[in-house]
Design a protein around this ligand. Structure first.
Ligand code: PLP
Length: 538
């Protein structure tokens, strides 16, 4: 590309031209520009979208071999997000995580260092690639009890213990928008000559405004996956994979992307990626002014509502650019970095500081007020803002919070869900500890650095399993994957020991009304475990 033109949206422009031509379609997709739905319900919506839903024909380019508008759009994305190369993903960050793992571990039995509390797409990537996984414990924020990312020292120690490791993968920010400085982790990886991969699904907007934390690329990460549809404005499934540096094999990566993505990628999704990028690229920090103002309204309102707490790091937010300079300079990673030093302002994590309402109950009450949060845990409710948020919406939220506080003040002690005892403001923070936090984000193994766990695609032999009551599962070995959703972090994978802690947490989540994916009993009264008497392998 000769000249960067942030105001352009090549895929979208091509689609507009395509639409204006009014061509007769003798090609797939079969809905024929939405004509198939002309007498059906939903035609209004589908009609609009489907007019843009083309495929790889002359002039529309090809995601898997981009030479025209898609290539141009991806180059613009690389410029906007600070990558050397960017790839559009039409299967969400899921596709990006799968492709990255299949690239760094191209053969079964290769070692990857990662935290255990990862999204299911990462666990699925381990299975697909036949990875030998070494899990490193994330650091815990002592105030909220929530896991963030592993310390650089832990990553360094794991790389020393497993020098054959092909890469390190971390998630940053977490689902709550909490993060720490990734630069020391990048440095630890680069010192050993391995890439740092970051699942930045929740941080597509990072680094785009001084009030937002630095993005993973700025901190020196080599491969970064972002769900543009989550915290920026692409259509659902629209995501991006960004790469920089010499440590990732880009030819192999392209091939892996072709393996995990459709050969008929959605043009509306790609055009929305183009538009989402253009919004940020052309307006830069200005794109976030209204959204950040909406957050500010909430913050100021909450300051007058001591009943609610707002999760914040103890120390000031990390400056834009992170510690990338230190990483580039080749310094030793700083020791003892704070577990939690950056908070996404667009993730407002609130809780009842009086401890009357648990997070699940507060979410239920907000939903009854017509306000639908992103997720909740035992204690917290996560409210996701974006560049599309409005100040008046924050006012409505504050009004609802006021009403809820007034109603819940009369609750008899112990009537709430989630927290067992009534706490006074401030006590909730003081009493939080990792073991008390039932967040599905928190998963701990029994060591700072686990023994290697071999993943494979070998199916579970159901003849070697049995279904038992969840209450009796501690000490057994899981024979199914159990995924509370959201946020989609598997609390158990087949072959993993069911600890007492996990059983207790699953029971708590079940009581809180959490939905479970992938397990045989979605209500999780029963759980499938191996039975040694039937020849179960554990
Ligand atoms: C941390 C994390 N990584 C990856 C994903 C997958 O993202 P997508 O839904 O874009 O495939 C999610 C989805 O919630 C996530 O929370």
């Amino acid at each position: 590309m000769d000249k960067v033109e942030p105001g352009r949206a090549p895929v979208y422009e091509m689609l507009e031209q395509y639409r204006a031509k009014g061509n007769l379609s003798y090609h797939v997709p079969g809905h024929k520009n939405g004509e198939a739905y002309r007498f059906s319900e939903g035609a209004g919506f589908l009609d609009e979208v489907m007019r843009y839903d083309v495929t790889e024909i002359t002039g529309t380019d090809d995601l898997h071999h981009p030479e025209g508008v898609i290539q141009e759009a991806q180059e613009l994305a690389a410029d906007c997000f600070g990558a050397e190369m960017s790839f559009f993903l039409v299967g969400g960050s899921t596709a990006g995580n799968l492709a990255l793992i299949l690239t760094v571990c191209p053969e079964p039995g290769m070692t990857l260092i990662l935290q255990r509390n990862v999204h299911k797409s990462v666990i699925h990537g381990l299975m697909l690639a036949g990875v030998r996984a070494v899990f490193v414990e994330p650091q815990i924020d002592p105030v909220s009890g929530l896991a963030v990312a592993p310390a650089a020292e832990t990553v360094q120690a794991a790389l020393a213990a497993y020098p054959e490791a092909a890469a390190v993968l971390v998630t940053m920010p977490n689902y709550y928008g909490m993060g720490s400085d990734l630069a020391p982790l990048a440095l630890a990886c680069h010192t050993r000559g391995v890439p740092l991969l970051v699942d930045e699904a929740h941080g597509a907007h990072y680094g785009q405004h001084p009030a937002l934390p630095a993005g993973a690329l700025m901190c020196g990460a080599d491969g970064v996956v972002q769900s543009t549809h989550k915290m920026l404005a692409a259509l659902t499934m629209g995501a991006m994979l960004h790469v920089q540096g010499p440590l990732l094999d880009r030819t192999l990566l392209r091939q892996r992307l072709a393996m995990v993505q459709s050969s008929s990628p959605s043009y509306p999704v790609m055009a929305s990626l183009d538009l989402a990028r253009r919004l940020v690229h052309s307006q830069r920090a200005g794109a976030f002014t209204a959204g950040l103002a909406a957050v500010d309204v909430l913050r100021r309102g909450l300051a007058t509502l001591p009943r609610y707490g707002l999760l914040q790091p103890a120390q000031p937010l990390q400056p834009l650019g992170g510690g990338a300079d230190a990483a580039a300079a080749g310094d030793t990673p700083p020791q003892g970095m704070a577990a939690y030093c950056t908070q996404d302002p667009f993730k407002a994590v609130i809780y009842d500081a009086a401890g009357v309402l648990g997070g699940f109950e507060l979410q239920r009450r907000l939903e009854a007020e017509g306000i639908v949060p992103e997720m909740s845990d035992d204690r917290h409710v996560v409210l996701a803002f974006s560049l599309g948020s409005k100040a008046e919406d924050s006012q409505r939220l504050l009004d609802a919070l006021r009403r809820i506080a007034a109603e819940a003040a009369d609750c008899p002690e112990g009537a709430s869900s989630g927290t067992s005892a009534r706490l006074h403001p401030g006590e909730a923070e003081a009493s939080a500890s990792p073991s008390q936090n039932n967040s599905t984000w928190n998963i701990f193994t029994d060591a700072l650095i686990s023994k290697p766990v071999q993943f494979s695609l070998k199916p579970v032999n159901i003849l070697q399993t049995e279904s038992i009551r969840l209450e009796y599962s501690a000490g057994r070995t899981a024979a199914e994957i159990v995924i509370p959703y959201p946020p989609g972090i598997p609390l158990l994978y087949p072959g993993e020991k069911v600890t007492k802690d996990i059983t207790t947490r699953l029971i708590g989540l079940r009581q809180g009304g959490t939905k479970f994916q992938a397990c045989a009993d979605p209500a999780l009264q029963q759980i499938v475990v191996y039975n040694i008497k039937k020849g179960g392998d554990v």
